[in-house]
Ligand binder design. Sequence first.
Ligand code: DGL
Length: 256
Amino acid sequence: MKEKNAPIAVFDSGVGGISVLRELVKLMPNENYIYLGDSANAPYGTRPVEEIRALTLANVETLLGQGAKALVVACNTATSAAVRILRGMYPDLPIVGIEPALKPAALHHPGGRVAVLATKMTLRQEKFAALLEHYRSQAEIIPVPASELVEYVERGELDSPALFSQVENILDSYLDTPANAIVLGCTHFPFVRSAIEQVAPRTIIYDGGNGTAREARRQLSVMGLINPSSEPGSIEIQNSSGDPEKIMLCYRLLDA
Ligand code: DGL
């Protein structure tokens, strides 16, 4: 039986999963967290699925070795590639993955155009095909591969002219007319949300971070694993790159 005060492990390919950690901390400030970003190997989204799987399994093993009571895979790409295998490997552990928030976008824009910005990898996987199949009768779903944006966030480049023209290029290439909604299907993208909003000013943006945090709280609660402490919990940030600037960037993003 896991201890209620054990940390929640949060994993991403790099710094993007901080957008999910931020939601977790807002919802459950009294929990302890260990965050691991694999920036040494980011981006994941342009790698073959076998590689993403192997990297995810190895990093999760490192994280869980530190005594976590639950795992949040704060990466759409790693979730698509490996969450099912992780659940088979750790059957007693609450494991929450993230997937593009297509459901609220399709429900709020019936008959509308919903663009899903994600890595190539996420858009190619079975999990996304199933989501598409499920919601395609409610709205026109337009997959938009946007892996290029991941590297801007990894560099902490969140509002440069180069970023704006990259966002413009991506949206222009896939959308002949503006979408009603854009789903941020990669956890790095909430950090370039303001660039996306400026390029697509009348589009409503959906981000799955809050829903993922709520699902984590639900699973912890079902398993009786909510930390009863009334004190603010601890947050430890680790990064495979060993680069102290990445850690500083993570803390900056956590406050963004
Ligand atoms: N943050 C990851 C996601 O949510 C992807 C970033 C990457 O390609 O490494 O999909």
